[in-house]
Structures are given as C-alpha cells and as structure tokens.
Design a protein around this ligand. Structure first.
Ligand SMILES: *Cc1c(COP(=O)(O)O)cnc(C)c1O
Length: 411
C-alpha cells in the first residue's frame, strides 16, 4: 500500500499508450527508449500518407509530384532547424544516423584541418559513436586523443577538463547527455571553455534531443548531431547541424549524385551545403517522419517532458533503493530519464533476460560505452530509460520483476 501511494505522485503517462500502436499490441513495460523510442501513430500515419499520396524522388525532376515531394523534404529540414533553434535550414544536413553525422565531421572537418600532433578532447561519458571515428582519425593523422574524466557521481570533472583544454585541443567532441548514466553535461560552459582556447566543439545530442533543452545557437556549438529513432521518429535518419561558414568551408565526404553542381570527367563542382553532404537519394520518407515526430514531442511541451522525466526518475530511484542487492550506478547532478544499476553478484545480461521474460524491456550491457564501464570496473549495467509513454506502473513492474529475478538467481 505504501507503494501505491508513492506511485500516485505520478499522474500516469504523459502521452497515453494508445498513441503508440506497438504498445497497444503488446503487454510490455517498455523502458528502453534511450536505445530507440517506440513510434507514435501520428508519425507512422504521416509517413504512410506521404508514401501513398506524395512520394517521388526529389530535387531533379520538374513534374509536380517530384516538386511537391522536394518541398516536403525541404520543409522537414526547416522543421529540424527550428527544433535546434538554428536560424537557417542550410545548416542542417540529413544523414543516416548520428554515427554517420559524426563520421562526416571527422572526415570533412577533422581530416583537412588536423595534422600530426594535434589533439582531440572527448570525455569519459562518450558513446562509441563519439570515440571510434576520432580514433580512426587519430591513427590516420597521428593525433592525440585526450579524455576528460568524471567524478564518482558521474559528472564531468570540469577542473580536469580545463587543464586538458589548456593543452590546446583543436576539437572537443562531447555528449550533451550520457546514454549510460543519464548525466546531462553543462554544454554551454564546456563550449565556452573550448572556444576560449580556440577549439571547435561538436555536441552529441543523440540522448539529449528527446528530453529537451537543445539550443544550438545559445550553446554556440560548431556542430551538433542527433538521431531520428531516439526522438520518436523513424530509423534511417540522423541530423548534422553545422555553423554555415564551417559547412561552407568543408569538402564533401561522399561523392555521387545530388551533391554536385556540374560534373565532367575532368572536373566536378560541388553543390553548396547542405546538398554537398547529401550524396545519393536521401532518406526522404524518414525526413517526413522526423518532422512529424518533432511536431509530436514539441506539442507535448518540453517543460512537461522534463517534469515527467524527473518524476519517473525519482520514483524509479525510490523503488530500486528498496530492493536488496541493487546498486545504483551514478548520481549525476542533472540527468535525463535514465537510471543505471546492477544487481550484486549477477551479470546484467542474466537479469535482463529474466526481466524480458516478464515483459520488462530494459537494456543490459556496456551500452556502447565500454571505456566508461571499464572505468567504473563493471562488465555493464542494467539501464531503464524513460519516454513519454511511461508511468509508475511500468516502474512497479520493473521493481516486481527485479525482486522475482533476484529470488530466482539466488537459488
Ligand atoms: C545512440 C547514440 C548514438 C548513436 O546513434 P545512432 O542512431 O546509432 O547513430 C550516439 N551517441 C549517443 C549518446 C547515443 O546514445
């Protein structure tokens, strides 16, 4: 009964389950939105409508259907610019996902500008997507990769980071929110500190995007990336934002159709950004879905999303603390709707599969952040991540399943 009164502090989901066809079709507690969000019906309907009534390849044809499809695609770009508070849609490049966007920056910004001995600064909180592209570049050009440490609670150690900034890195690649611990980093301060030493800054907003507060202009970052499928949109689309003067100065990274002005066998002139970076047929339908997903989440309202995150996280921490053997990993000052924990003496995967049998969907393992897990001395964690469809009942179901799993595993 105590539990019931606590859960009543949460007034149900922010968006009813009925808005998500998959959640209506399955009896699950979906606590894995940080890996991929489930898709709202409005997003699926809009994509279907686009394919059924307005679809054609874009940009080159002059027949009305293609012109209209081009307009829809370009208006999706404008919608994304508005989401990031970017002044112009020319600063928005559509990619396949956040990973591709980071590789694009490594190739077209890092490649031409960095030289042997230059430094790139990342942080201990980064996802593999924001580590490996820089390692590849390091090995190709002879760079040095610096790693900003974290404190015991999972916050960035800003003093240590300042000392590393004093070593004059040319580029700082930092996440706005950790997918493994949920830590929100003080991006605006980090960008300002990096700019003081002349470094360019790339912000990985893949996790921050679905939780709000993104403002590329206020942050003053040089680049920002995020991915559609974690923002209630489809997979197959990601976004690179870049300051227009930087994008204009960068060479393309893939060649092909759609990214050129003129081509002869002797010489090719490239199109201006963003087309320069969109070789081949882009993700047209996914762009339409992403624009609709942004409409969907912004109609909910970022204030409400943040309040809901806080309420769910607070309740989850309360419930988990009551379960013997549960160890919470990280206690960041500010966090998105993510809670990471372990169960003493048991591998996270074993817990994860028992939870899965009870319809509780959580992610277990290293969360594509192996260096962070190594630093914490853990093989991995169990991670519950929250979306607008979650409510106290999902967390109760997680807690009950954990108690049951613990009993089974203790036998
Ligand atoms: C998921 C994620 C990525 C990569 O996104 P993809 O869609 O897989 O490219 C990058 N960074 C963070 C923090 C993430 O959580």
């Amino acid at each position: 009964m105590v539990e019931r009164s606590r859960s009543s502090q949460l007034s149900g989901p922010l968006v009813p389950r009925t808005a998500f066809p998959l959640l209506m079709a399955r009896d699950i507690a979906y606590l894995d939105s940080a890996a991929s969000a489930q898709k709202p019906k409005v997003v699926l309907d809009r994509m279907r409508q686009f394919y059924e009534t307005s679809y054609a390849n874009i940009h080159r044809a002059v027949y009305p259907l293609s012109e209209a499809a081009t307009e829809v695609y370009e208006s999706a770009r404008t919608r994304v610019a508005r989401f990031l508070k970017a002044p112009s849609s020319e600063s928005i490049v559509f990619t396949q996902n956040a990973t591709e966007a980071i590789n694009l920056i490594a190739h077209s910004f890092g490649g031409p500008r960095l030289k042997q001995g230059d430094r790139i600064l990342v942080t201990m909180l980064e996802h593999h997507a924001n580590i490996v592209p820089w390692q590849l570049l390091r090995d190709r050009l002879g760079l040095e990769l610096l790693v900003a440490p974290i404190d015991g609670a999972g916050n960035l150690d800003l003093e240590a980071m300042d000392r590393q900034l004093a070593q004059g890195p040319k580029l700082v690649a930092v996440t706005a929110a950790s997918n493994a611990l949920g830590t929100r980093t003080p991006i605006k301060d980090v960008v300002a500190g990096a700019h003081r030493v002349g470094a360019a800054v790339m912000v990985d907003a893949a996790q921050a995007a679905p939780h709000g507060g993104i403002d590329a202009i206020d942050w003053d970052c040089d680049f920002l990336v995020f991915t559609g499928h974690k923002l209630y949109g489809p997979d197959g689309i990601g976004v690179l934002y870049g300051k227009p003067e930087l994008l204009a100065s960068m060479p393309p990274w893939q060649g092909g159709g759609d990214m050129i002005r003129t081509v002869s066998f002797a010489h090719t002139e490239f199109a201006d950004p963003p087309q320069r970076f969109e070789a081949g047929t882009p993700p047209i339908g996914p762009a339409v879905g992403l624009a609709t997903a942004i409409d969907f989440i912004e109609a909910v309202g970022w204030d409400r999303v943040e309040a809901h995150d806080k309420a769910l996280t607070g309740y989850a921490l309360e419930r988990l603390q009551d379960i013997p053997g549960i160890r919470l990993i990280g206690a960041p000052q500010e966090r998105i709707g993510i809670v990471s924990f372990t169960l003493d003496g048991v591998h996270p995967h074993d817990v994860g599969s028992l939870l899965g049998e009870r319809g509780v969907c959580v992610r277990t393992g290293h969360h594509c952040a192996q260096p962070l897990m190594d630093h914490l001395g853990l093989p991995g964690t169990i991670r519950a991540s929250f979306g607008v469809h979650n409510d106290a009942a999902d967390i109760d179901r997680l807690a009950d399943a954990l108690v049951a799993a613990r009993q089974i595993l203790a036998r």
